[in-house]
Design a protein around this ligand. Sequence first.
Ligand code: NDP
Length: 314
Amino acid sequence: MKQKLLVAGRITPTLETRLAGAYDVTNLAAQADPAGYLEAHGAEFAALVTNAASGVDNATIDALPNLKVISSFGVGLDRIDVAHANARGVAVGYTPDVLNDCVADLAIALMLDTARGLSASDRYVRRGEWVKAPFPLMRKVSGANLGVVGMGRIGRAIAERAAGFSMDVRYHTRRVVADAPWRHEPSLVELARWADFLIVITAGGAATRHLIDAAVLDALGPKGFLVNVARGSVVDEQALVWALKEKRIAGAGLDVYQDEPNVPQELMALDNVVLAPHIASGTLETRQAMADRVFDNLHSFFAEGRLISAAPAA
Ligand code: NDP
């Protein structure tokens, strides 16, 4: 008999079809009364699939008394209380590493776009302004100073790419990364002061909430650019809007926001801001690899009693 699996966050139709071949799948969002459904049927489910953006709250985990495993589509763990799940005997799987390249690629793309004004110049050409005047001169990226906030799997892929632009790289984390060849900067404000570009790629959650605040933005200064591909919560968005409007920093490239998919009008009105709709891992290849890991985590758990990628409970 197939194990019963609950889909609690949006996943691709292809993954849902593949899951349905191996499990008895129910989509919670398709139920007329999800809370009532959980109350009546919660005890039937052994597995739950969600995505990093939706996560799963503790109330839902607690409503599934026979749950054995959660398999999440994504690497962020800010919306899953792994310690709580583990304490309830529930293993949590996620999809690290397979998205490093694409997230790092997008971070570099946002850095280049903000510095060179690629999106702004596209709008300029389409508005017919090129025939009236040349586009203003922008900032050089190659050879500049890059500060990376967070030096985990993705931070490292970003720093490696920066070598191709002959950039000098330093990073800030709470702990020194022993085998990282770049210089660790224990003070985030000092890193921002040194950097021409600051790319944020820490974990989300309470520990990093508003890590990038007015003081860090002020240290980055009027010639500095901020790129955030981590989580919206890591940046104090109000302080960022203020810094951009007052030209206390030069520009920003953002993939993530405080209240997705709502982007503040004030950000939309600024030409020196590049706004991406949380697409850092959004390529066919990477999303397929992530879907495969979601499936393989479950398969390995039920076949061999262990996940391929178990989420840390920190
Ligand atoms: P890792 O766990 O490998 O790295 C996280 C890094 O953040 C570590 O270097 C850690 O260092 C650092 N960090 C955590 N807390 C702090 C803090 N308070 N101050 C400074 N640094 C901190 O994760 P990944 O590299 O795989 O992914 C990073 C994040 O990227 C994910 O958690 C996710 O939120 C985001 N992400 C965004 C995507 C998007 O679509 N935009 C796609 C994929 C991921 P230390 O613990 O030593 O401080």
